[in-house]
Design a protein around this ligand. Structure first.
Ligand code: PAF
Length: 285
């Protein structure tokens, strides 16, 4: 694995490979890698000739009160994991290269970014779309890989790729879970042992909703029953949202008449840690 820190060096390496006919897969990350990231790397390696992983803790997607400075940066551990997976290039840019002084161009994906994470974290998706667009211009991959755990991020990026005519296929990898159901996330390492035990409530709530739907509940009734499951299992956690959305528009849906598949999204705060999760439901036939 080659570690590259400048845009110019990465472009030179990739241009040579592209003219030799190689396909390029790209996994953008902020590091603090877990098995979810590694499963995306494996997907890329199985379908592309060359796999590029970036690690860049992107300042523009954090609000001033958020965890940018304390975001975990175990760079040596991450690099060792990626080398073991057989990644070809690890791109580790400086913030001043990605955002040259005076940088003032942003990508805003309207509608899809508005509710849920976009409402709770205003400007978050502006930062995500901007950095992913910049990285796409630098890496120019054939395929880029994102985790379904961040379902709204996937919807935002797919819309940006469509609207901006990026010739890039967005591939989504399933959410990987711990044995008790907690979705893998770099932020899980912030949880105290007690909050870690309660964190599984996000998944039990989603699984509960699925079983209520299997028993014939309407979406509205399943949501109420899900809220009850959550508040009984973690009374001191704050449920920020629990809702049903269209996977592409991220607009609320009231029934399966509004969408072929729906995403059940949940966000909750345990202590000072915010966690999000989701599952995809299809109508019963
Ligand atoms: O999902 C993430 O880790 C980040 O939002 C991403 C896509 C790497 C952009 O900074």
């Amino acid at each position: 694995m080659k570690t590259i820190s400048t845009i110019a060096d990465l472009r030179t390496e990739l241009a040579a490979l592209r003219s030799a006919g190689k396909t390029i897969g790209f996994v953008p990350t902020m590091g603090a890698l877990h098995d979810g990231h590694l499963s995306l790397v494996k997907m890329s390696k199985s379908v592309c000739d060359i796999t590029v992983v970036s690690i860049f803790v992107n300042p523009t997607q954090f609000a001033p009160h958020e965890d940018f400075s304390k975001y975990p940066r175990p760079i040596e551990e991450d690099a060792a994991l990626l080398a073991t997976e057989g990644v070809n290039f690890l791109f580790l840019p400086e913030a001043s290269d990605i955002y040259p002084p005076g940088s003032s161009t942003f990508v805003i994906v309207e509608e899809v970014s508005k509710e849920f994470e976009g409402f709770v974290r205003p400007d978050h998706f502006r930062g995500v779309a901007t950095v992913v667009s910049l990285l796409f211009h630098i890496v120019t991959p054939d395929k880029a890989f994102f985790g379904q755990k961040d379902a709204q991020q996937v919807a935002v990026i797919k819309r940006m790729v469509r609207d901006q005519h990026f010739p890039i296929e967005i591939v989504t990898g399933d959410t990987l879970r711990e044995p008790d159901g907690l979705a893998m996330s770099s932020r899980n390492r912030y949880l105290s042992p007690e909050d870690r035990r309660k964190a599984t409530t996000l998944y039990t709530t989603l699984a509960g909703i699925e079983s209520f739907m299997d028993s014939g509940y309407s979406l509205a009734d399943a949501k109420l029953a899900g809220m009850k499951v959550f508040s009984e299992a973690a009374p001191d956690a704050v449920l920020e949202y629990l809702d049903f959305v269209h996977p592409e528009t991220f607009q609320r849906v009231d029934s399966f008449n509004d969408a072929e598949k729906i995403v059940v999204v949940i966000a909750a705060r345990l202590g000072s840690t915010r966690l999000i999760d989701n599952i995809i439901l299809s109508p019963k036939t």
